[in-house]
Design a protein around this ligand. Structure first.
Ligand SMILES: [Zn+2]
Length: 555
């Protein structure tokens, strides 16, 4: 299968209306099995087209055709959601649930019960406006042209300087980076203000007290709630923040610095963060050897991704930032996107997105489209665990001399991520509980919470992030509200996979592959249990995972 051969048909209001009229006619005739099949086919076709449209825009945010196509998708999406919501409502109200479950399993029914509470035609225009604002955020960040070291960089291209071994270079690079954000601060604050108010308005129209409970339902969180998440944040604060404070201080002492500034934090290894031993082509080739050594299922899958052109990993000007995995459910193939810049981050993003891709591929035989991806906290287990499960192969990617140092750096990074992750989550809970906050109050909220979860943070003379504007650089806060806690829940599970892999690597990898194949056929806590992991919400689970990591770092 080749990426170029994926050419989904462009839908329209007319084509969707005709397609859904057929599905509804089958439901009228009580032909449940045929109706469900036709509906699943329709959703797959739409999702494949939508995925390709958003991928194209991310590949070049300045391409006028891609942008027009994305805007067309933004406008059509609420109509498609409406059609799907109507089918879900009919299946839930007119059909015997046991009959429906025979076709798709019990979990899908639970997901749809959740979905139908997140849409009404009254919010269709708001959803389109929301997508446009999210796209504008992506465009602004992708437009960065930062002069540094005699070259012009986008944000991904500037990043290697922010972890340079040379302190002056790191400081200068962060200064340049925050000058870019300061220049766009007014528009970024304005975009965020509009997004918060739009989301609040949609929640009120749907009968919620604010956006938070709506967001939980949009994320399809059916087996835990905001109370569980708040408790998890306090566990991170109690057990992880002091540990990270100690790790940060150890680095301060190892480097002989009086204070550790913001621009020092990314230099995790005092000898210099280990880098990939080669560029894009090298990593792509070495990865095949890595997966060949690990497991034939992973090896075979990676070969089809690479041979079929289902990867776009090179950094280019005007490409959207970050990394992601998307998929084409008509064809059963995923696609991974990243911006390699020569740092250890290339390895992290590659193994991470490959984890998502492998899960999606392993789940391709699941009976309906709702199970091709799990909810995001479960999806991040697949991606973050593969970062750990590739540890034994790291000499292939960074060279034999740097492999131990890479693993240590990654493990420290995994722990340091947790306080930041829950900060992003706590911030959003406060923001959406008080949608009328001024922009200054939002920034003050960020800075106040940052001082609680990350008390070591010292911005020095970087006056812009000192105001609380650090959140402008976190895309999820704009484009994927309430997503972030999912990474921290998954990290607790990924650390457990890693701990198990040290005792019995093969058993751990097999359990991982099995979990991937389950896809989204069950909710988070059931998936966690089925893989023999302890729920991050269970008392002591986080502490045990973190202590295991700490013991290795201290050894
Ligand atoms: Zn991910």
């Amino acid at each position: 299968m080749k990426f170029e051969s994926i050419k989904p048909r462009k839908p329209s209001r007319g084509s969707l209306t005709a397609q859904y009229a057929e599905i509804n006619a089958l439901l009228d005739q009580k032909a449940l099995s045929h109706a469900m099949q036709a509906w699943d086919n329709a959703r797959r076709a739409y999702e494949s087209w939508s995925a390709l449209t958003y991928l194209h825009f991310a590949q070049d945010t300045t391409n006028a055709d891609y942008k027009a196509e994305r805007e067309y998708a933004d406008a059509l999406s609420p109509f498609a959601i409406e059609m799907n919501t109507n089918v879900k409502k009919r299946l839930l109200s007119e059909c015997n649930h046991a009959d429906v479950e025979k076709h798709v399993g019990a979990h899908a029914v639970r997901l749809w019960e959740c979905d139908v509470t997140t849409f009404a035609p009254e919010i269709a225009a708001d959803l389109e406006a929301e997508s446009k604002l999210e796209a504008r955020y992506t465009e602004i960040l992708a437009s960065a042209k930062i002069e540094f070291d005699g070259k012009t960089h986008n944000l991904a291209g500037l990043a290697p300087y922010t972890e340079s071994l040379n302190r002056g270079v790191r400081h200068a690079a962060e200064t340049a980076r925050w000058a870019f954000f300061a220049e766009h601060a007014e528009e970024l604050d304005d975009i965020y203000d509009r997004l918060v108010k739009l989301r609040h308005t949609m929640a009120i129209k749907l009968g919620y007290k604010n956006y938070t409970p709506l967001a939980y339902r949009k994320m399809r969180r059916v087996d835990y709630d905001a109370g569980d998440v708040a408790h998890y944040r306090t566990e991170v604060l109690e057990y992880v923040t002091p540990l990270v404070a100690r790790l940060v201080d150890e680095r301060r002492r190892a480097n002989g610095w009086e204070t550790i500034h913001y621009w020092d934090e990314k230099l995790i290894d005092p000898a210099g963060n280990p880098k990939p031993a080669g560029g894009h082509d090298y990593l792509v080739a070495q990865a095949q050897i890595m997966f060949d050594n690990m497991d034939k299922r992973l090896a075979h899958f990676y070969k089809s991704m690479n041979d079929g052109g289902f990867m776009d990993l090179k950094n280019r000007p005007t490409k959207a930032g970050g990394g992601f995995c998307t998929s084409f459910p008509t064809d059963g193939m995923p696609f991974i996107f990243a911006n390699f810049n020569g740092t250890h981050g290339d390895i992290n993003v590659f193994t991470h997105e490959m984890g998502h891709a492998f899960q999606n591929y392993e789940s391709r035989h699941q009976p309906n489209i709702d199970y091709l991806w799990p909810t995001m906290e479960s999806a991040e287990i697949h991606s973050m665990s593969l970062e750990f499960l590739t540890y034994p192969q790291m000499d292939l990617l960074v060279g034999p001399d740097a492999a131990d140092r890479f693993r240590r750096m990654h493990l420290i990074g995994a722990l340091e991520f947790l306080p930041y992750g829950v900060l992003v989550d706590h911030f959003q809970h406060d923001i959406y509980a008080n949608p009328d906050m001024s922009q200054a109050e939002r920034r003050a909220t960020w800075r106040r919470l940052e001082q609680i979860y990350m008390p070591w943070r010292d911005y020095g003379d970087l006056s812009h992030p000192e105001t609380g504007a650090r959140f402008h650089a976190q895309g999820h806060i704009f484009g994927s509200p309430f997503y972030y806690i999912d990474y921290t829940l998954a990290q607790c599970c990924a650390l457990q996979f890693w701990a198990k892999s040290q005792e019995d690597y093969k058993a751990s990898l097999d359990a991982y592959v099995k979990l991937c194949a389950l896809g989204g056929s069950a909710p988070f806590l059931s998936l966690v249990e089925s893989a023999g992991l302890i729920s991050p919400f269970a008392p002591g689970a986080l502490l045990t995972a973190v202590n295991t990591a700490n013991a290795v770092l201290m050894a």
